[in-house]
Design a protein around this ligand. Sequence first.
Ligand SMILES: Cc1ncc(COP(=O)(O)O)c(C=O)c1O
Length: 436
Amino acid sequence: MSLQGEKTQALFEKGKRVIPYGVNSNFRYWGDEDTIIIDRGEGAYIWDMDGKRYIDYRLGFGPVVLGHAYPTVVQKVQEALQGGNIFAWTTPVEISVAERLTRMCKVDKVRLTNTGTEATMHALRIARAYTGREKFIKFEGQYHGMADYFMFSTPSSYRGGLGSRRSPIALPNTSGIPKAINQYVLPLAFNDFEGLEKTVKANWGDLAAIFVEPILGNSASIMPQPGFLEKIRELCDEFGIVLIFDEVKTGFRIAKGGAQEYFGIQADLATYAKAMGNGFPIAAIAGIEEVMMTIEPGAMAHGGTYSGNVVGAAAADATLEIIENQPVLETINQRGKALMNGIGDILTEAGIPHVVTGVPSMFGIFLGKDQEPRDFRDYLAGDGELYEAISMGLNRRGVQPDSDGREPWFLCYSLSEADVNETLNAFNDSVKDAKS
Ligand SMILES: Cc1ncc(COP(=O)(O)O)c(C=O)c1O
């Protein structure tokens, strides 16, 4: 049964005439029958063009940490907009946002951008300029945005061919990437202590950075093994490599100070986006003084016409103020724990081997095995088809996790206990359907 009602289907067909596949990001295309069009969102819910309501666990791929159309944020943005949006000068609200980041994330300096991709791209350039080296390590199943350098061994568009765990292959995940770029990217399996040490020791003279999503926010929220992030930190210190935490998904979601606070590890640079602005386009590169001050007018470029624009900055200022001062993450964690436990119980009852991975504010469901996945390769050995069947059952019932199990379940502050119960009932029914 298609997810599209009559109006949604008609509008999707109209959209396809002028927009490739009817979507403005490939990740939003669920096939011709199940790609929907959204009329509006409020709190934890979204409604499609036929008035069907979903409890939303995608939240725009993670940003909407408070809830859709969150009144305080909307009001602050509206007020700020009355005075114009960009001026090619700094505005007070940019300074306020940077101060919040330095306080919450214990960083020294901040530059604003609009998207996660812009933030990661610039972070890599800073690391290269700081070290005078060109290559970097990234981990399989991690996603750092759409820039050519990062589109290797990512979770999406995976077509096989990662190579041996001992010597992974830099595998572009899209057509259109110049071959020469391969040489700059050294992919590794996550949580592979030995592979990491070997690769760093053999290549450190060329290595500008180690890029890491501290939790695999694009591969079912697989967690770092105890000591793995510490090992990365240690090797970066020993060999003068810039450690970059990509906190685009974890930032302001897993703790007020993101993964740096959660794991007690200070990176040299960190990139933020998503939850920072509750869905408005705003992102940041932040880090320690010495590395951030590599940015230098006329010498090391960072810029962007819309960087720090008033809409994005006002949204971030309002969102971060709420996260700082209200029990946002406590509430989300409470609801998330109830969901993780409830889902685990339902799967156990149904006799389905599983691990509920990650943390309550962004968790994953790994099916088909009951051993915690350590890396993207382990994830691929799970039962993705069963996950998709359950997920589509949920979507038919008005509960919307992503159809792809690599994308975590994201929670927002507006999600109620009643929503959690409704979700668990729908999960129970969807598991029964998927098994029959
Ligand atoms: C960890 C991570 N880094 C970077 C990005 C890119 O962010 P954006 O889509 O805002 O460019 C994403 C997007 O999902 C992400 O999950």
